[in-house]
Write a protein that binds this ligand. Structure first.
Ligand code: ADP
Ligand code: MG
Length: 344
C-alpha cells in the first residue's frame, strides 16, 4: 500500500481481485479483457469490435484503474489475505475495530475470497487462525476472549446463520453504547477446522446463495463478526478493559446497485435496490471523501447500523472488489472498477 501521508488512505484500503476465467465463460467464446498491470494498476479493454462504435459510445479502447492492491488469477488465497486483512489483527487485539468486505457482481469470487474451500480456505479462517495465534503469543498479564457470530442481512432483516431457527433478530445498543444483535449465537474459541465447518454450514443457510451452476443474483449479506475482549484481573475479578471488533462481510451481488450508481454522486435509492448495499456505498464514499460528502448516515440501513463503530473514526476499512476477466462481463467489470477506483 502506498503511503501518501493522507490519513484517509490509511483508513480505507481498496483492493481489486480478478478471478481466473471460467470454463463456462470460455465455452461462451469469451476472451480475456481485464489485466493486472502492476501492484496497483488494472487495465480493462473494451471488447467492442468496431473502433467507430467505441468512438460513438464515447469510450476509449483501454482504460486503467488504480487501487491500493491489484491481484489477479496468480494471487493465492494466502497472498490475498496478507495483502488485505492480516495487518488488521494487531489493531483488533489492541481494541480497535475494523471491517473487511468483499464487493462485486455475483459470480466474481466474493465467497471464494471470504469463505473459500476446504483446500483453499479464505479470509475468515486465515484471520481467525492468526488471531488465535497472536493472542497466544501475547505475553502480557491480560486475558483475551474471542467470540464469533455469523449472520445474514436479507431484505433488511437479520438472521443467525449458526441458528436460523431463532428467526429475525433485532439490533440493540447495550449500556456502553455498543451495537449488539440481540440473542445471536456467540461461539467462543474453537480451532480452525471447526471454524471452517461451522461457517461452511452457516453459508448453506444463506438466502439465495448462488451455486456455480445457478448464478442467480445473491441479495444477502453474510457477516462474520469477531469480538476480542481484553480483560485484566483486578482484586480477583476479571474486568473488561478493551473490546476490539472485526467484521468480515461477503456482500450481496453489486449488479443491481451498480446500474444506478454514479461515481462522485450520492447513489439514488430505488425500491428494488438493496438498501444496505447502497447505504454502505454512501458511507464508503463519505469516508474516502470522494463526493466531498463528510456526513455519514449510519441509520440508513441494518448493515451500516451494525457497522456504526467499525467504519470511520479510528477503524480501518478494507474493500476487496471482485471482477471476472471475461469479455462477456465487460459492463459489470467496468462499473465495479469505476466504483472501486482509488484515483482521485
Ligand atoms: P460470488 O460469491 O461473488 O458470487 P463465488 O465466490 O461463488 O462468487 O465464485 C464463483 C465461482 O468462481 C465459484 O465456483 C468459485 O469457486 C470460482 N472462483 C472465484 N474466484 C476464484 C479464484 N480466485 N480462483 C479459483 N476459482 C475462483
Ligand atoms: Mg457468493
Amino acid at each position: 500500500m502506498k503511503d501518501t501521508g493522507d490519513s484517509k488512505d490509511q483508513q480505507l484500503t481498496v483492493a481489486l481481485r480478478i478471478r481466473p476465467i471460467s470454463v463456462a465463460e470460455l465455452e461462451e467464446g469469451a476472451t480475456l479483457i481485464a489485466h493486472r498491470v502492476d501492484e496497483q494498476v488494472v487495465v480493462l479493454m473494451d471488447p467492442m469490435e468496431d473502433p467507430d462504435d467505441i468512438l460513438r459510445a464515447n469510450r476509449s479502447r483501454e482504460k486503467s484503474y488504480i487501487f491500493d492492491v491489484a491481484l489477479d488469477f496468480a494471487a493465492t488465497q494466502e497472498v490475498v489475505y496478507r495483502a488485505t486483512t492480516k495487518g488488521l489483527i494487531e489493531g483488533v487485539i489492541s481494541g480497535y475495530n475494523a471491517t473487511v468486505f468483499a464487493y462485486g457482481p455475483t459470480g466474481c469470487g466474493k465467497t471464494y475470497t471470504m469463505l473459500g474451500t476446504d483446500l483453499e480456505p479464505g479470509i475468515y479462517v486465515r484471520t481467525l487462525n492468526d488471531l488465535f495465534r497472536a493472542i497466544e503469543e501475547t505475553s502480557d498479564d491480560m486475558e483475551y476472549e474471542v467470540s464469533m457470530s455469523y449472520l445474514e442481512i436479507y431484505n433488511e432483516m437479520i438472521r443467525d446463520l449458526l441458528n436460523p431457527a431463532l428467526g429475525y433478530l433485532d439490533l440493540r445498543e447495550d449500556s456502553k453504547g455498543i451495537i449488539q444483535v440481540a440473542g445471536i449465537t456467540e461461539v467462543s474459541t474453537i480451532n480452525a477446522k471447526e471454524v471452517m465447518q461451522l461457517l461452511t454450514k452457516g453459508n448453506k443457510q444463506r438466502t439465495q446463495e448462488p451455486t456455480a451452476a445457478n448464478l442467480t443474483s445473491s441479495r444477502s449479506h453474510a457477516v462474520l463478526q469477531v469480538t476480542v475482549r481484553q480483560k485484566s484481573r483486578v482484586r480477583n475479578v476479571l474486568q473488561e478493559i478493551r473490546l476490539g471488533r472485526l467484521f468480515m462481510i461477503d456482500l450481496a451481488g453489486s449488479e443491481r446497485a451498480s446500474q444506478t450508481q454514479n461515481r462522485g454522486q450520492r447513489m439514488k435509492e430505488g425500491a428494488h435496490i438493496n438498501r444496505s448495499l447502497l447505504a454502505l456505498g454512501n458511507c464508503i464514499n463519505a469516508l474516502s471523501d470522494r463526493a466531498g460528502a463528510k456526513y455519514v448516515n449510519y441509520r440508513d440501513s441494518k448493515l451500516t447500523r451494525l457497522l456504526k463503530d467499525s467504519l470511520g473514526g479510528n477503524s480501518r476499512t478494507v474493500m476487496i472488489a471482485h471482477i471476472s476477466p471475461a469479455s462477456t462481463a465487460f459492463e459489470e467489470s467496468r462499473s465495479t472498477l469505476t466504483y472501486a477506483d482509488r484515483a482521485k
